[in-house]
Design a protein around this ligand. Sequence first.
Ligand SMILES: O=C(O)CCC(=O)C(=O)O
Length: 275
Amino acid sequence: MPSSFRLGLCQITVEPSKDINLLSAKEAVKNAVSLGCSLVCLPEMFNCPYGNNFFPLYAEEFPSGETIKTLASLAREHSIYLVGGSIPERDQTNLYNSSFIFGPNGDLLAQHRKVHLFDIDIEGGITFKESDTLSPGNQITFFDTPFCRVGVAICYDIRFPEFLRLMALKGIQLLILPAAFNMTTGPAHWELTMRARALDNQIYVAAISPARNPQADYIAYGHSLVTTPWGEVLVQADEKPRIITADIDLDYLTKVRQQLPLLKHRREQVYCDKK
Ligand SMILES: O=C(O)CCC(=O)C(=O)O
């Protein structure tokens, strides 16, 4: 098993046109591959402006949807692992915020439906209610590569430490998080939350945001980043369209876990005590 590999995060701008978004995604994935990446990731809702009025209009069904087919052929064409950010998915009468993950031969390896819906109301900041249009998924998601076990969650999912701990206990070493924090919660919590989850689970965390688009109704924070299992930021973008890469070093992860054996020191019985 190779002990390191290169990860690519495509921080593209999301426009009102799905066609333009797919072209941006294709171009960005190609560029990430030319930088030597074998695992490439796109942002949350990368084919669709982030808004309840857009989700039903841009939603696609598996496997016939245009975006879904494009992702499969991109993975095959470049022979990469591709975490296809997320898109609105239609399954009969329900809509989900879904990530489709393809392997180097274009086969679907996994699918994550966002579990925790983003229903918030911050005074003087932002109000959003995903549950007006979307239904929640009910499962954790991970897949295996020749490099390591990779977990996938979507944006608000990162705020639930129990959820991430469950994934860590299933053996994930890298978490991929297509995400779109905003101009209220981004500056306050983006980096802190990613570093915290990386640190408490001793995993690499890669969070991929759309670039900031001041014309959009919902303005994404940007700042896609990768953190180490020690809780440091390895690389971080600004708010502009960018491709950032990071070399994920599994020997380093093993060393951190050996020297500070947090996962081994857990006292489950104490935590479960109902008294
Ligand atoms: O947790 C946050 O602050 C942002 C979450 C979000 O935008 C989302 O889940 O789509």
